[in-house]
Design a protein around this ligand. Structure first.
Ligand code: AMP
Ligand code: ZN
Length: 664
């Protein structure tokens, strides 16, 4: 097999895996094996730039940085949609259609996905360009970013029109959105407000690698072009699926306005079970010939109509505004509401975000307010019903001092939030930091929960995470609801945390902007807390993926005397302050430059462990045998074809034992 064939083979395989995973939702390979194949492809592509392909699956990881997005004129204009809100609106629309069309009219009903619209152009089965809607006539070329979205096919399957545009919506499913927000909270950042804005903001990020990390999806609903090979909207959706696009299955063919309303009613309820946000239904004349006869107004097609779901909105009384202090000292104002039913849950509180938000909407205690629930977990106040404002109402005075420790709040230029600067004395911040320290992703201390931490701090037993290690059973027994057994578990759990690896300690100590991933990077690079503490901003930013903001925060953290003292205590009690000797010893260059294939079942280690050992020792795991393969590690029940191939190519075949010998 030539190198080119090998590269093409890997590309096809990865494409198929992508399709199974992201379109069919039916993965046929482990993430690990996928990564191995991807790495192999990247290696070959790097060594053979002559076989470059702008649509290779390797480009999904991003990396291209766009400073200015080029403006592109849409070959087919991107229209907006007319809106309808009632049966009457729909009947009027039908009447207008019947005036222009003789005979039967059928409709496709589809969901209206709430994200950012996108137009993709394909030529000869390859993605040529991706452009935002812009003003409808022209938009921004965001191809590099869109290529990182795994559900956008870079090459099409089966038969396809020679050239066409396909329109869809880039959405951010709730699960991924919530996960992104958890990570932001972990590093002490404000959560994103809603999936739609986050999706549309993602399209214009300069760094496509950042886009690649966001779990965006692309849902398609319209094909535009000539000689398309289908006659109806409904068929076009099926055609799009066949070409490999993600097209939700909810669409339905109907023949009357009553059926349209049934569809709307059904989805008004069931949309809450969908993984992404929808804000209505789009009804389209099904026959493309009829669509052409109907044409467009200056703003929207005459053959399509949106029916917006009733916004999930209620009005209720705002009883009181209270203020929460976060782990980083950030203040969040909270609206305490007269409890009210909204989208199936009882709502008692809503976020007010910050002082500007309160001022902008002029929100006051005692007001009747409109509350809406979008994609976000916490509902928000969108407006005040001024007609119901009490006569003696006074504008809200934002607090000037911390509600917990009474320290004067600070607000830095360009930051919407107020902060309590009393880092070492504000009990909520202290509690929050310790709660973060013990959390599952950090030190994972069993037998100790967030409420107990608060008790311990309020009782004056601890004032920092390093104090945890001097707690005794006798100390904690007097606490509320603390029995002999739970006290023992608590102390044991704390003791066990001394074995937690350094990279997680680094995450646990709560350096602002240092989340799980960054902590891993820093641990791998610096290997010990001392080395990290001595790093300058210049050193730090030279580490892959560490930016100025993180670097500053790290330096800042280690310059604090209180932090230094804390870390010293952690070290004294035996918390891991550097990469373990074992881990270091396991990382060598012994297999550097070697490409190794693993096949069969092994005795002393699992196949995945074996692969990890190869990588830890600088080798490359490859999934198929070629003349470049250095070794085939052969286990039990190895495939006969692999063996035969290794023999013909003269690749060295070694046993599990022989492999382990090499690492000694
Ligand atoms: P609007 O932004 O309210 O004018 O609604 C028009 C937008 O709805 C279009 O630009 C599309 O991006 C979006 N949309 C979402 N789902 C669909 C769909 N199934 N069919 C057509 N447009 C849709
Ligand atoms: Zn405070």
């Amino acid at each position: 097999m030539s190198i080119q064939q090998k590269i093409e083979g890997l590309r096809n395989e990865l494409r198929e895996h992508n399709y199974n995973y992201y379109i069919l939702d039916n993965p046929t390979i482990s993430d690990y094996d996928f990564d191995i194949q991807l790495k192999e492809l990247q290696g070959l592509e790097a060594a053979h730039p002559e076989f470059y392909d702008a649509n290779s699956p390797s480009l999904r990881v991003g990396g291209e940085v766009t400073k200015n997005f080029n403006t592109v004129v849409h070959e087919h204009r991107m229209y907006s949609l007319d809106n309808s809100y009632s049966k009457e609106d729909l009947l009027d629309w039908e009447k207008r259609i019947k005036k222009m069309i003789d005979g039967e009219v059928g409709y496709t009903c589809e969901l209206k996905y709430d994200g950012a619209s996108i137009s993709l152009t394909y030529e000869n089965g390859s993605l040529l360009r991706a452009v935002t809607r812009g003003d409808g006539t022209q938009g921004d070329d965001v191809t590099a970013n869109i290529k990182t979205i795994k559900s956008v096919p870079l090459k099409l399957k089966g038969n396809f029109p020679k050239k066409f545009d396909i329109r869809g919506e880039i959405v951010l499913p709730f699960e991924g959105f919530n996960k992104m927000n958890e990570e932001r909270l972990d590093i002490g950042e404000e959560p994103y407000r809603n999936p739609r804005n986050t999706a549309s903001g993602s399209l214009k990020l300069q760094d496509s690698a950042e886009v690649a990390r966001r779990p965006l999806e692309c849902l398609l609903y319209n094909i535009t072009g000539s000689n398309l090979g289908f006659d109806t909207q409904f068929e076009s959706l099926e055609k799009a699926r066949q070409m490999g696009f993600k097209v939700p299955n909810a669409s339905k063919l109907v023949t009357s306005v009553d059926e349209v309303l049934e569809f709307v009613e059904y989805w008004d309820v069931h949309r809450h079970d969908l993984p992404y946000e929808t804000d209505g239904v789009v009804i389209k004349v099904n026959d493309l010939q009829q669509q052409e006869e109907l044409g467009f107004t200056s703003k929207a097609p005459r053959w399509a109509m949106a029916f917006k779901f009733k916004a999930e909105q209620v009005s209720t009384r705002l009883n009181e505004i209270t203020y929460q202090v976060g782990r980083t000292g950030a203040i969040t104002p909270v609206a305490n509401l007269e409890p009210v039913e909204l989208a199936g849950t009882t709502v008692k509180r809503a976020s007010l975000h910050n002082a500007d938000q309160i001022e902008k909407l002029d929100i006051r205690e005692g007001d009747e307010v409109f509350v809406e629930k979008g994609g976000e977990i916490i509902p928000k106040i969108i407006a005040v019903d001024l007609s119901k404002r009490p006569v003696n109402s006074k504008p809200t005075q934002y607090i000037t001092h911390c509600p917990e420790c009474d320290t004067e709040l600070e607000r830095t230029e360009g930051d919407a939030k107020h902060y309590c600067p009393n880092y070492n004395g504000c009990s909520v911040q202290i509690i929050g930091r310790i709660q973060h320290y013990i959390s599952r992703k950090a030190m994972d201390i069993e037998g100790l929960g967030g409420e107990t931490v608060a008790l311990l701090v309020n009782e004056g037993l601890i004032s920092n995470y390093s104090d945890l290690y001097t707690l005794t059973k006798e100390d904690v027994l007097p606490l509320e609801r603390m029995a002999e057994k739970s006290a023992e578990n608590l102390v044991n759990g704390i003791e066990a945390s001394k074995q937690i690896p350094f990279e997680r300690v680094l995450f646990a100590i709560g350096i602002r902007f240092v989340g799980e991933t960054v902590a891993k990077k820093l641990a791998k690079h610096y290997k010990s807390i001392d080395a990290l503490a001595n790093a300058t901003i210049e050193d730090l930013v030279s580490v892959d993926e560490i930016g100025g903001r993180i670097a500053e925060s790290v330096v800042d953290f280690f310059s604090s005397e209180a932090n230094k003292l804390n870390l010293k205590k952690l070290r004294t009690v035996g918390v891991q302050m550097e990469i373990s000797a074992e881990k270091l010893a396991n990382q060598t260059d012994l297999l550097k430059g070697l490409s190794i294939v693993v096949s069969g079942v092994f005795e002393t280690v699992s196949r995945n462990e074996l692969k990890k050992m190869i990588e830890d020792n600088g080798g490359k795991v490859s999934s198929s045998i070629s003349s470049k393969t250095s070794y085939l590690v052969a286990g039990d029940k190895m495939g006969p074809s692999k063996l035969a191939k290794a023999e013909t190519l003269g690749v060295a075949i070694i046993s599990e034992q022989e492999f382990l010998e090499k690492l000694k």
